[in-house]
Design a protein. Structure first.
Length: 406
């Protein structure tokens, strides 16, 4: 191909310049410099391109045929994106629908050349807004607007990264919503959750994440909140909308013994339920604030469960296993709410009990008392061992009678 040299700069130039070209491409298309009478697929100052399918390429001619500084504006006026490549197939820039790119040559020592590009933006503001819209954003006319997509769930489900900015509405019975790993969705991922169903909704975390320092959260009927990922250790919540009809929440905590200090979030639950196998005496430290609790001791093992504020010399309460007590904390002491009352009981029905946990036992010795070993038999327990029993034939002493003769 014939080239032309500028007598003042000794650089290759085009002998003519075409101002505008409109192209519709249905296959990869190689452009030509407007020399020697070329009239099709030429490089004009402005080229408007419509790609009939996705994945097509617009290939620039040899960079050695023109001088550095040669430039062109390419505007994608179609619906499909396409790629602008150099003469040897390297990508210069990819152009999305509605976007204009200004490309210019900075080195023409090879056929491929070295090209730079500047994004001029969308052909229209409406197209630009639609291109930028993502999770939580919607293009309305020429502007981007915040949007919360409302999705109803009727069965337990796990959320993922695509649920960013979603308004999750629970519409089933009791169920679970599991949040994605905080590290997988990154800092600032968020969603809104409302319990619009007919049962308690439990919000679970993934892995070792926490939610406000807890392993899970519960939403009563009509309650809602917003959870935001911190990108590392879990989630924080805000905007908790508490139900006015159902003000009681429950803490279900597994304990094994030792001392457990409740967080403010844990202690905010009026109903406290403790389970697990105790390997030593268990003390629950309540925060120093005025509160009433209903405490259910479902633990097993021959050890006690004590409620305390941790204050030196303060009153504490032992909750026997398989029993529920109403206790009151005054900020320092913990009291059994029924300890000051007197009443008569016409009939009292106890559980069967066992050697490890007698049905009738004492605060000073949880390992001794009475239980039902079998129908028609009443047994006596000393130190979790059977000491004797009554049945229809009389009393049987396991280890004999001491202290006298009969």
């Amino acid at each position: 191909m014939t080239t032309y040299i500028n007598p003042f700069t000794n650089q290759t130039i085009n002998p003519s310049q075409v101002g505008y070209e409109s192209l519709s491409i249905s296959a990869d298309t190689t452009l030509q410099w407007p020399v020697n009478g070329n009239t099709t697929n030429i490089v004009a100052n402005i080229i408007q391109v419509t790609a009939t399918t996705a994945g097509l390429s617009l290939i620039m001619p040899s960079a050695q045929q023109v001088s550095v500084g040669q430039s062109v504006i390419i505007n994608n006026v179609g619906a499909n994106p396409f790629t602008v490549k150099n003469n040897t197939g390297g990508t210069i820039v990819s152009i999305s629908s509605g976007i204009s790119q200004y490309i210019y040559l900075t080195n023409n020592s090879t056929d491929a050349g070295t090209w730079s590009s500047v994004t001029f933006g969308a052909g229209t503001s409406a197209a630009n807004a639609a291109t930028l819209a993502g999770y939580g954003l919607v293009a309305t006319g020429a502007t981007l607007n915040q949007a919360y997509v409302v999705n109803d769930y009727f069965s337990s489900t796990a959320l993922d990264a695509t649920d960013r900015a979603q308004f999750v509405v629970w519409s089933g019975g009791a169920g679970n919503i599991t949040l994605p790993s905080s590290s997988s969705v990154g800092n600032n991922w968020f969603c809104m959750i409302r319990n619009n169903g007919t049962g308690i909704l439990t919000i679970n975390r993934t892995g070792t994440d926490t939610i406000d320092g807890e392993v899970s959260k519960q939403l009563q009927l009509t309650e809602s909140f917003v959870v935001v990922a911190n990108g590392t250790t879990g989630y924080n919540s805000f905007g908790y909308g508490q139900a006015v009809q159902f003000t009681y929440t429950i803490l279900s905590l597994t304990v094994t013994g030792g001392t457990t200090t409740l967080s403010a979030a844990q202690a905010s639950n009026v109903i406290q339920e403790y389970s697990g196998t105790l390997t030593s005496n268990q003390t629950i430290i309540l925060p120093p604030t005025v509160q009433q609790y209903a405490v259910n001791n479902l633990t097993t093992g021959a050890f006690s469960l004590t409620l305390s504020t941790g204050s030196m010399g303060a009153t504490t309460v032992i909750v026997p296993q398989n029993q529920t007590l109403i206790v009151i904390c005054d900020g320092t002491n913990v009291y059994n709410a029924s300890s000051g009352s007197s009443s008569s009981i016409t009939q009292l029905t106890l559980g069967n009990g066992s050697l490890g946990a007698p049905s009738l036992r004492f605060a000073g010795d949880l390992n001794s008392g009475m239980y039902l070993p079998a129908t028609g038999k009443v047994g006596f327990v000393i130190g979790n061992a059977q000491a004797g029993f009554f049945d229809s034939t009389g009393f049987t002493a396991i280890n004999g009678i001491k202290g006298g003769t009969f």
